[in-house]
Design a protein around this ligand. Structure first.
Ligand SMILES: [Mg+2]
Length: 375
């Protein structure tokens, strides 16, 4: 089939079916940040079918997300043209009005949106990066983990493994016990600085654990360790507090991982130095690209939160990308579940380089079967 015939066929293709699975992956060791602890991660995986083609999307969230897809979204999506992903995204958003869109429901919309972008690119036989159009050559990443549950040896092993891959940006969790363990937070950050060396970028994420004044005090101490990124020093719902901390410290103050719609990001931009957005929560790749534009219009960069294999292709399409989060849990899961996982060697990804269509990923059926949740 010629390229023109392929494009025409893709244009006529409709979504035939959404197939949803819930997969539960135990963590390799117990994990916690400043405000939450967990021992497993749940992935809701969507496969959108059109003829013999299938597109992959997913979100990390509660298993009930799967019910939203089958009960609230499927009838809206099936039968619509694969070609018109923004139109399907809009139809899904309108269909859930009375169910309450932000939160878990937008996670469901996100997973479907991602699957549809993958499906469209596969039907056109293009890497998704090429379908969206590139604004940049590669995608910088930073190693992210450093859970508060780790002892010194575990933290050292993790940071060293990223450094061995050529990464030069590292993020650890602080704010342990809702800000009740300041000394340990500072000790662990100091340990991390010694391990990664003075030239590396060192980031911290408090997950909203501190009070405003506490965050300013901690932030000023962390400046002495060269920390350049202070994520959610206070609750991301406290925009006034975020702005106060941002104005009082030298590190970039960042937030945005709980953004479920575009107005959220518009409200947040005046309070942060770098906006974060998560395509598996904010409404998929469709809305993530718009969040990037909101940030750009305010002179800010965007950093992709978690799920690096969802973000990589979209990230090359935006000029104001800071980087993507190479998050330990999700990297582990995505490397295990998918053939075609990306290589972060040198601290950057090169999505689509192999010419594979869509996101370039294939589910390993034996892994999906092994980790499928049985309710
Ligand atoms: Mg975070």
């Amino acid at each position: 089939m010629s390229a023109a015939q392929t494009a025409t066929a893709a244009h006529r293709s409709a979504v035939d079916e959404l197939y949803v699975q819930v997969l539960r992956f135990p963590t390799d060791t117990p994990e916690a940040d400043g405000t939450l602890a967990w021992d497993e991660t749940t992935m809701v995986l969507v496969q959108a079918g059109s003829g013999t083609a299938s597109g992959l999307g997913w979100t990390y969230g509660d298993p009930a997300t799967a019910n939203v897809i089958t009960d609230l979204l499927r009838d809206t999506v099936v039968g619509r043209p694969v070609h018109d992903v923004p139109a399907v995204n809009e139809a899904m958003s309108r269909a859930v009005r009375n169910a309450g869109r932000p939160g878990l429901i937008t996670g469901a919309i996100s997973a479907v949106d991602i699957a549809l972008w993958d499906l469209k690119a596969r039907l056109l036989q293009l890497p998704l990066a090429d379908l969206l159009g590139r604004a940049r050559g590669d995608v910088p990443v930073y190693g992210s983990g450093g859970f508060t549950t780790y002892d010194e040896q575990q933290l050292a092993r993790q940071l060293e493994s990223w450094a061995e891959q050529g990464m030069n940006r590292f993020k650890i969790k602080i704010g342990e016990d809702w800000g009740g363990a300041e000394h340990r937070d500072l000790d662990r950050t100091e340990q991390a600085r010694k391990l990664v060396g003075d030239d590396a970028e060192l980031y911290v994420d408090a997950n909203g654990a501190y009070t405003r004044k506490q965050a300013v005090r901690i932030g000023r101490t962390l400046a002495g360790l060269g920390v350049s990124w202070f994520e959610e020093p206070v609750s991301s719902d406290d925009l006034t507090g975020l702005a106060q901390v941002r104005d009082a410290i030298t590190a970039d103050v960042t937030a945005g991982e709980y953004g479920y719609d575009l107005p959220y990001f518009a409200r947040m931009v005046p309070a942060v130095d770098c906006l974060q957005a998560d395509a598996t929560r904010c409404g998929g790749i469709t809305v993530w690209l718009r969040a990037a534009a909101v940030a750009e219009a305010h002179g800010l960069q965007l950093s992709g939160h978690c799920a690096p294999h969802v973000h990589a292709h979209a990230a090359v399409a935006i000029p104001n990308l800071r980087h993507l989060e190479w998050f330990h849990d999700h990297v582990r899961i995505e490397n295990l579940l998918f053939e075609g996982a990306l290589d972060p060697t040198g601290g950057a990804l090169h999505p689509g380089q192999d010419g594979e269509p869509g996101l370039g990923l294939t589910v390993r059926p034996d892994i999906a079967e092994r980790f499928r949740a049985h309710s």
